[in-house]
Design a protein. Sequence first.
Length: 101
Amino acid sequence: YVRNEMFEKALDLFEKIDIELDDVIYTIAFNCCAKLCNDRAMKIGKELLAKMPKNYRKDNITSNSAIDMLMKFGDVESAERIFRSIKTKNIITYGAMVKGN
């Protein structure tokens, strides 16, 4: 769905998934929510972020996607919190914070 820009349908699936998600699925979900950037996407994205295992935050790709999503939602404070928690930042990490949306 995401590749075909069917983000609402992708969110439908994310809401129905009843299995443990991996870092790749979290990254895809955050990217999908960032693309939609509506109330539903914000709700789902923040719910997923809240239940994401802490060890996935060590993955720059997943954390960068979360930062990008939060910045697009205008939640700078939460994005900054994740940014500060990343021990080894890369250019994409800085870019997600600088660009902002």
